[in-house]
Design a protein around this ligand. Structure first.
Ligand code: 13P
Length: 283
C-alpha cells in the first residue's frame, strides 16, 4: 500500500524499530523484498539506484516498483537513491517515486544545501526529501571498486552543521556519515556511535544509515535508539543473489536452460536476506 516514506520511518521509530531500504536493480529482487515484508507484516523501502534511473528503462522500472508498492499488503515506499541530477529526480517522481535522496554530499556545504532546496522547489511539498551531510567512501554499485578512501573522499558528518543544514534544506530525513561505507568494509566496520549520538541530539528528523551491508546485527539493532529510522542495504543483497546464481547456474543450464527455476533461487536468496534484515531492525 502507498505510504509516505517519512511517515513509515517515523512510525517505526515510535515502536523502537528502523525500516530497511533495499536497492532493487530488477523486478525479481523487488518482488522478493515485498513478499518478505508482507510475510513479516512490516513496511519496507525499495531503492532505485541513480545508475539504474539513468538507463533507458530506468523510469519503467521505477513505475513498475510503484505498481508493486501500491498493490502490497504492507506500506511500501519507492525512493530514488543518491540523485544529483534534477531532471532525473523529476522524471523519477513522474514515474512513481515518492521520495528522493537529493545528494549534494560531495559538494561544498552551501552547494549541498542549494541542491536540496532546488529539488524541493522542483518537486513540491509532497515528495519526501532525504539529504546527506558528510561523505561516504566507496561506490554505491561496486562492492570493492575502490579502497574506501577511493571513489569519494570520506568525511564524517560535522554535527555542528546539522541544525543549520536541516533547517535550511527542509529535508525530512538526514543521511549521515559516521564511519559507514558503501560496498565491502576493509576489516571490521568501525562505526562512530559517539558522532551519531551527537547528531541525534541536534535534530528531530529521522537519520539514515547508508552502507549497512557488513555491519553486524548486534550493531544494527542499536540504530533505532539513536533515531536512525532508515537503514540502506545493497551489497549484501547482491552478494547473496550472485553467489546463489553462480552455484545454481550449471544445474539449471543442464536442466533444459531452466531460467524459471533459477529465478526461484534468486527470489529465495533475496527474500531470505530481506526477512533476516527486517527481523534484525525490528528487534
Ligand atoms: P551497501 O551497498 O554498502 O549496503 O550500501 C547501500 C546503500 O547505502 C544504498 O544507498
Amino acid at each position: 500500500m502507498r505510504t509516505r516514506l517519512d511517515h513509515l520511518v517515523t512510525s517505526a521509530l515510535q515502536h523502537g524499530s528502523a525500516v530497511p531500504a533495499f536497492t532493487c536493480y530488477d523486478f525479481t529482487t523487488a518482488l522478493a523484498v515485498v513478499a518478505a515484508a508482507e510475510e513479516a507484516g512490516r513496511g519496507v523501502i525499495l531503492l532505485v539506484a541513480p545508475k539504474t534511473a539513468a538507463t533507458p528503462n530506468g523510469m519503467r522500472l521505477t513505475g513498475a516498483l510503484r505498481g508493486l508498492a501500491d498493490a502490497a499488503a504492507v506500506p511500501v515506499a519507492v525512493q530514488l537513491d543518491h540523485a544529483t541530477d534534477l531532471k532525473i529526480m523529476a522524471d523519477a517522481v513522474a514515474a512513481g517515486a515518492d521520495s528522493v535522496l537529493a545528494d549534494g554530499s560531495s559538494f561544498p556545504y552551501e552547494e549541498n544545501i542549494a541542491l536540496v532546496r532546488a529539488a524541493r522547489e522542483l518537486l513540491g511539498p509532497d515528495v519526501v526529501l532525504e539529504a546527506e551531510l558528510g561523505g561516504l567512501a566507496g561506490d554505491e554499485d561496486r562492492a570493492f571498486g575502490a579502497d574506501q578512501s577511493g571513489v569519494r573522499v570520506a568525511g564524517l558528518t560535522d554535527s555542528a552543521q546539522v541544525e543549520d543544514f536541516v533547517s535550511r534544506t527542509g529535508a525530512e530525513l538526514l543521511a549521515v556519515a559516521v564511519g559507514n561505507v558503501h560496498g565491502k568494509y576493509k576489516g571490521e566496520p568501525q562505526l562512530r556511535w559517539d558522532v551519531l549520538q551527537d547528531i541525534a541530539v541536534r535534530t528531530h528528523i529521522p537519520l539514515v544509515l547508508h552502507g549497512a551491508s557488513g555491519i553486524p546485527a548486534e550493531e544494527l539493532v542499536k540504530a533505532a535508539s539513536m533515531n536512525v529510522g532508515k537503514v540502506n542495504f545493497n551489497t549484501e543483497l547482491r552478494t547473496g543473489v550472485l553467489s546463489t546464481l553462480q552455484e545454481q547456474l550449471p544445474a539449471h543450464r543442464s536442466d533444459g536452460e531452466n531460467l524459471q527455476g533459477l529465478l526461484g533461487h534468486w527470489n529465495h536468496s533475496a527474500a531470505s536476506f530481506a526477512s533476516t534484515t527486517l527481523a534484525t531492525l525490528s528487534r
